[in-house]
Design a binder for this molecule. Sequence first.
Ligand SMILES: NC(=O)c1ccc[n+]([C@@H]2O[C@H](COP(=O)([O-])OP(=O)(O)OC[C@H]3O[C@@H](n4cnc5c(N)ncnc54)[C@H](OP(=O)(O)O)[C@@H]3O)[C@@H](O)[C@H]2O)c1
Length: 271
Amino acid sequence: MTGPALVTGASSGLGREYARALAARGHDLLLVARRRARLEALRDELVARDGIDVDIVACDLATDAGLADCRAAIAPRPITVAVLNAGFGSLGPFDEADPEHEARMVRLNCLAVVDLARQLIPDMRARGRGQIIVISSAAAWHPVPFMATYAATKAFELHFVRALAEELRGSGVGVLAVCPGPTDTEFSAALSAAGRRAPGWPKAMPIETARGVVARSLAAADAGRTVVATGPVAQTTHVATRLIPLGWTLRIVGAVHRRRARIPAGNAHGN
Ligand SMILES: NC(=O)c1ccc[n+]([C@@H]2O[C@H](COP(=O)([O-])OP(=O)(O)OC[C@H]3O[C@@H](n4cnc5c(N)ncnc54)[C@H](OP(=O)(O)O)[C@@H]3O)[C@@H](O)[C@H]2O)c1
């Protein structure tokens, strides 16, 4: 598929790799994130390497004004591929979380995705072709204690995509939910709640690369799939979620994330 592509959250991690991969496929790009200098550096890299046109919008998609700026940049462009990737999480007990941080997360991970998809899909349907790629997560498979809001936003994205894919069946417009496990980006460094910094993952945890997630998800989009679990953690937990009773899953996942958030068992947040 040719034509201009949109990537939100293009200033780092998965978004930056989607931009590189789509540029290599010959797409002109519209890149969106808050950090303008990062977007400019990426634009310079891709224009020099691939000879494509790259425009940038430095805006905060968790705000009405930022979303309006993004919509205005999309409007004149016949976007054929949209990667709705911008997102962040938080880790820690919900009752200690910054309420504004949690609300911003819902605005970015859910409302911005709905808003941009609503703008993009009618034009794609009218043209009879297009691909929406929403970056959900393996955290969408089940609720995640100590990442309660984040996992709920990712489940929202997964359900949203599955429903849209059915609505758009036969229209020429594909919709894909990408569900990575832990991936080597700036996501973990940005995880914070109540002043905690995320400690990272145990050494044995298989960590995906951003490049691998992007390659596997673009292949899944090309194959017309609706959901892709991109790595071993996402694939294993997807199967496990179907086999293990939800109550057990919550206890196990809660214990893992309690450790990650360094919350002593037996305190006010223990069982
Ligand atoms: N890494 C993982 O382990 C993992 C696993 C599963 C799913 N995911 C999902 O993957 C997606 C990308 O995350 P990543 O891992 O690549 O993390 P990342 O390196 O932290 O990238 C996040 C991107 O989102 C942008 N962003 C954050 N807040 C924004 C806002 N208010 N407005 C506009 N852009 C904003 C950031 O740019 P600015 O800061 O410049 O705005 C950045 O480009 C997220 O949706 C995340 O939930 C990540």
